[in-house]
Ligand binder design. Structure first.
Ligand SMILES: Nc1ncnc2c1ncn2[C@@H]1O[C@H](COP(=O)(O)OP(=O)(O)OP(=O)(O)O)[C@@H](O)[C@H]1O
Length: 658
């Protein structure tokens, strides 16, 4: 149960959910509460209470810092909401709307019905509703149409998630609401957006609150960048975000908080506190986590910074006196390993070996999931810079408002919400090594100009600083887009395109690779090792034939997912044809990975509600309970690609049959 100040008591076994729930049992419980506990009569109009401006101001004050710090995150959900006809409401823990974004005429109509600043949504007063019931249930929920208790609220469809403070208490709620239309998929996506946004806000608050402690980031497949654990100098866990608790299957905060880092993550305290960059792979419940130390307390920093500068100085000295030592050709194995035995790829690997360490920027092209990042890493590992940082930046995945500070970093005191000591950007972090700019076509225009200057002048000026910082990096770019077309449309700078495209590598789609069978076996072996199975995983002939002849729109990523699932499904040693996912056995759906250009053509004025791609999208989203991260994984595409397709097909907007 939640206590008076909204925090979780340790006796309860419910941590707030980080993924949307689609069982509607909470609606029943809520109606029961309204009737029996709050004595509200069902099936009647409920009068909404509105607070005065002064009262709203008072209620908003404790949340002012949160609203200020998470401004750019809130702006993003506001943009998505505006495009899709939703209003965004933020409430305090009591359910008072302290902020309402009303941007369109549609929003104004919602506003007139009560979705405005100052309205009180407490379940005990208003009955079952999005914000109020989410705060009561302490988890993200949707309340749609007739699920509302009051008849006057049944025109709404509301999805809401709790906002969690650094100590795990509920500090408010985030809601996306619109007029109910029976758009089941739209509701599910709205729920997903509010949930992900609430998780991001929680992570932001957490980073600020524990900036004087050590913070570990559990970057795993499903938890993005919000699974954080803080611990003190003794190596004891002192706090964790909801995403981290969920990822580690902790039903209660105290299943993790209070544990030593050795017990929690199977890593010694000394390893964690070593001055060198720390990375640790950690397996839990078949999920793999890539732990890295994200933040150290400031007092540990001078020493670490001195060490970093000493190492950098030593490296610069070494580099300038002896130059980068190229590897003998027989040691270029990571690239040949990635090329497999496909003749076209082996030719490209040989070309790469000739230009590696010659200061030439490489542009890797290929459909999504063809292994562009794997190739970039192999190129780095085959270069003289191996062992130095390889920093990957996905330009499509970072919000536009953050990409500049992510890349260039910022100086001390630049942002009120930023780290006091400033933050090193990804470009500086890759100094001495390789910077991999994935989805370069998605880089905002003004940053394209700044990147061009970095490439020409080999120095950066962090935001808020005046002194340039010299950098020595190898740059690899990747895209699944037709950059030339982008240039001709004016969406990508021509001068930057010529700077980065001198040497191009084009990775073939999996369906065109000549070493498919071999690659399938290689991926199976990787899966065996990930699953920890002692014996090789076999493949029945019929299953192999189906895998070889399937067109693989999601390429190697999709192959990996299908094989992983089949390896878990099989009963004996071998994967049988029936263990394979339905899409492999019933091919013929539209090529899902077709570039955004083709999506754009088929959408907007063109997408028919029956297009196979759209059906496939809806099916994947439904199967994965509208969790975009999981659906993207199942489809073998990146989250950003899936978001683009959701937008292109207008899935947030259209009513779906229920
Ligand atoms: N040569 C390979 N051998 C085995 N697995 C591979 C190979 N290339 C890629 N993969 C696997 O396929 C998946 C997708 O690879 P990667 O992320 O490099 O693709 P990508 O082209 O960069 O994708 P996107 O376009 O979505 O960014 C990863 O799980 C990766 O491990």
């Amino acid at each position: 149960m939640r206590n008076n100040n909204g925090s979780y008591t340790s006796s309860t076994s419910t941590a707030p959910a980080v993924t949307p729930e689609n069982d509607a049992s909470y609606i029943q419980s809520s109606w029961q509460r309204c009737k029996d506990k709050y004595k509200i009569e069902p099936q009647r109009t409920i009068k909404l209470c509105s607070l005065t401006e002064r009262e709203i101001q008072e209620k908003r004050e404790p949340l002012e810092q949160l609203l200020f710090d998470s401004h750019s995150i809130i702006q993003r959900i506001r943009r998505v909401a505006r495009q899709s006809g939703y209003s965004v409401l933020i409430s305090n823990a009591e359910g008072v709307t302290v902020k309402a974004f009303t941007d369109s005429d549609h929003d104004r109509a919602l506003q007139s019905k009560g979705l405005r600043q100052g309205t009180l949504w407490q379940e005990a007063i208003v009955g079952t509703n999005g914000l109020g019931t989410c705060l009561e249930e302490k988890r993200p929920i949707t309340v749609d149409a007739s699920e509302h208790y009051g008849t006057n609220l049944q025109c709404f469809s509301c999805s809401a998630a709790p906002l969690i403070g650094a100590d795990g208490s509920i500090v408010g709620g985030l809601d996306m609401s619109t007029f109910a239309s029976g758009n089941r998929l739209g509701q599910a996506l709205a729920l997903n957006f509010v949930t992900e946004t609430a998780n991001e806000i929680e992570a932001l608050i957490f980073r600020g609150a524990y900036k004087n402690q050590h913070i570990i980031n559990l970057a795993g497949a499903a938890n993005m960048n919000t699974a954080l654990v803080a611990f003190n100098d003794n190596g004891t866990v002192i706090a964790a975000t909801t995403t981290a608790l969920m990822a580690l299957n902790c039903r209660q905060r105290y299943d993790l908080v209070g544990k030593g880092v050795e017990e929690a993550f199977q890593i010694s305290r000394n390893e964690l506190f070593q001055p060198a960059p720390f990375h640790h792979q950690f397996q839990f419940n078949n999920a793999e986590f890539d732990l890295h130390l994200e933040l150290r307390p400031p007092e540990a920093k001078p020493q670490q910074e001195t060490l970093r500068r000493q190492t950098a100085a030593a490296q610069t000295k070494r580099t300038s006196s002896i130059g980068l030592k190229r590897l003998p050709p027989e040691q270029h194995t990571p690239l040949l390993e990635a090329a497999g035995s496909d003749p076209a790829l082996i030719r490209q690997a040989n070309s790469c070996m000739r230009i590696v360490d010659r200061g030439v920027i490489t542009l890797i092209q290929g459909e999504t999931g063809t292994g562009k990042e794997v190739w970039a890493k192999a190129l780095h590992d085959s270069s003289a810079r191996r062992g130095r940082p390889f920093v990957a930046v996905n330009c499509a995945a970072i919000p536009e408002t953050l990409i500049e500070s992510e890349l260039f970093g910022y100086g001390a005191g630049t942002f009120t919400g930023g780290l006091k000591s400033g933050k090193k950007g990804k470009i500086e972090a890759s100094d001495g090594g390789t910077l991999f700019l994935d989805e370069i076509g998605d880089m905002p225009a003004e940053l394209q100009a700044r990147l061009l200057r970095v490439l020409a002048e080999k120095e950066i000026i962090p935001l808020g600083e005046v002194e340039p910082v010299p950098i020595d990096i190898n740059v690899i770019c990747a895209t699944h887009r037709d950059l030339e077309q982008y240039v001709s449309q004016g969406d990508f700078r021509e001068d930057l395109y010529y700077r980065i495209s001198v040497f191009k590598v084009t990775l073939p789609a999996l369906r065109n690779r000549q070493d498919k069978s071999e690659l399938i076996r290689k991926v199976l072996e990787q899966i065996r090792s990930e699953l920890g199975d002692p014996d090789p995983i076999g493949l029945a002939t019929e299953a192999e034939q189906a895998l070889v002849s399937y067109p693989w729109p999601g390429n190697i990523r999709q192959l990996k997912n299908v094989l992983h699932c089949a390896a878990c499904m099989r009963e004996g040693r071998d994967i049988q044809i029936d263990d394979l996912a339905g899409e492999v056995l019933n091919p013929g759906l539209e090529d899902f990975s077709a570039g955004t250009a083709s999506v754009a053509q088929s959408s907007g004025n063109g997408a028919t509600s029956q297009s196979p791609e759209k059906q496939q999208l809806i099916a994947a989203l439904e199967t994965n309970r509208w969790n975009v991260t999981r659906a993207a994984k199942a489809l073998g595409v990146s989250r950003s690609t899936l978001h683009r397709k959701i937008k292109a097909h207008g899935l947030l907007l259209e009513p779906q049959e229920s």
